[in-house]
Design a protein around this ligand. Structure first.
Ligand SMILES: [Zn+2]
Length: 89
């Protein structure tokens, strides 16, 4: 694939790089301004990542509005117990 067009092309590796930081970006946890700029640049060019980011953001908002952003406190210990039981077999 050597034919370069003058349009900004999005490659899979660009998407993967953006995805690496997408969740932190959406959660406002991304502090490195270069990563923020990289993601915003990518989202402005890549429609699929942009719509993905929109969707994640919407899900995030709903979780926040539901008042239960974290899994219930008992969940982790139940999972640990399940794993313990698996290991015993
Ligand atoms: Zn992308």
């Amino acid at each position: 694939m050597n034919n370069k067009s003058d349009k900004p092309e999005v490659t899979d590796s660009d998407c993967l790089q953006a995805f690496d930081h997408l969740y932190a970006y959406i959660n406002g946890e991304l502090s490195d301004p270069r990563s923020v700029a990289m993601i915003e640049h990518h989202l402005s060019h890549c429609r699929s990542c942009y719509s993905r980011a929109q969707m994640e953001r919407e899900i995030n908002d709903r979780l926040k509005n539901s008042g239960q952003p974290k899994p219930p406190p008992g969940l982790k210990s139940r999972l640990d117990k399940l794993i313990d039981e698996f290991e015993d077999e």
